[in-house]
Design a protein around this ligand. Structure first.
Ligand SMILES: C[S@@+](CC[C@H](N)C(=O)[O-])C[C@H]1O[C@@H](n2cnc3c(N)ncnc32)[C@H](O)[C@@H]1O
Length: 280
């Protein structure tokens, strides 16, 4: 069967948009859409047609394009993603812009990313500001594996730690248990959705453990803030991505555990509260 024929048949039989169908054939053949348009007379192998049909069914059953492709762009860098990692969101680029502003004119600072997933945040920072010490953790071993591959691909030096929040961060594997490490910048895009928000169909194939955080979406940040103080270097900064509806509640939690801290809310391009900046 030729490219043109397969595409025309699928436009008729599938509920997907033609542009998506074209992209899926591109993914199948590892070619651009432009290539497909130019080579519409090309004969396809049986295995390519089979793979294409499988991907079409996956997409029809709600698999995001990023998982079919196997990568997602974030801060102009390509990151490998799979069902164990959240797909990086452009909203989270605000963490990078704000971090780079904080890191301006500095070097040799200690930076920690909690809940690193694909590693997109810490790798984007390390790529843009190499002269610092970067650490990242996640509770998911499979996510860490992907993050390590991404770090290698982008030639960045990051210390990855398997940890439930800060639990293993104070442990230095080379010298045994030691007092908590101090960080100048701590960033986190931890799970913050409620069970109600989890019903959104577009996120149903992403890891639940990367999204859901108790009844009010605040379990992770509450636990993190209750244990974070010993890890803060003087004049340090914490950046937390939040749901726009959570800013009031999270301010109350911060005041409880870090009463002296300065709290700022940073809005995204849609003028929604997206980031909490805490300076100690
Ligand atoms: C919303 S995703 C963010 C991933 C990535 N930082 C990003 O911005 O795309 C949250 C991440 O936190 C991790 N996570 C969930 N609970 C955790 C915990 N208790 N300790 C450490 N990481 C956790 C999940 O495995 C997931 O990778």
């Amino acid at each position: 069967m030729k490219v043109r024929e397969l595409l025309t048949n699928t436009y008729k039989s599938s509920p997907l948009l033609p542009a998506e169908i074209d992209s899926i054939l591109g993914i199948t053949l590892h070619k651009s859409k432009e290539y497909l348009y130019k080579k519409s007379d090309k004969n396809l192998t049986i295995s390519a047609i089979k793979k294409f049909k499988k991907l079409i069914i996956k997409r029809q059953t709600g698999w995001p394009m990023a998982y079919l492709r196997g990568w997602q762009e974030f801060y102009a860098l390509k990151f490998l993603v799979n069902k164990n990692t959240l797909i990086p969101r452009s909203d989270s680029e605000l963490i990078i812009d704000t971090s780079l502003e904080f890191l301006k004119n500095s070097k040799n600072l200690n930076i920690l990313d909690i809940g690193t997933g694909s590693g997109c945040l810490i790798i984007a920072l390390a790529k843009n500001k190499a002269n610092n010490n970067y650490t990242a953790c996640d509770i998911s071993k499979s996510a860490l594996k992907t993050a390590k591959t991404n770090a290698r691909k982008h030639k960045t030096k990051i210390n990855f730690v398997h940890s439930d929040l800060l639990n293993n961060i104070s442990l230095d594997p080379s010298s045994g248990p030691k007092p908590a490490q101090k960080f100048d910048l701590i960033i986190a895009n931890l799970p913050y959705l409620t069970p109600q928000q989890m019903k959104e169909p577009s996120i149903k194939k992403e890891p639940r453990s990367a999204l859901l955080s108790g009844k009010d979406g605040l379990d992770h940040y509450t636990k993190l803030l209750s244990t974070i103080k010993p890890f803060l270097a003087p004049k340090s900064c914490i950046l937390l991505e939040i749901d726009p509806e959570q800013s009031k509640q999270i301010k109350t939690i911060i005041k409880q555990y870090l009463p002296q801290a300065k709290i700022e809310i940073i809005q995204d391009l849609n003028k929604l509260d997206r980031l909490i900046k805490i300076t100690a």
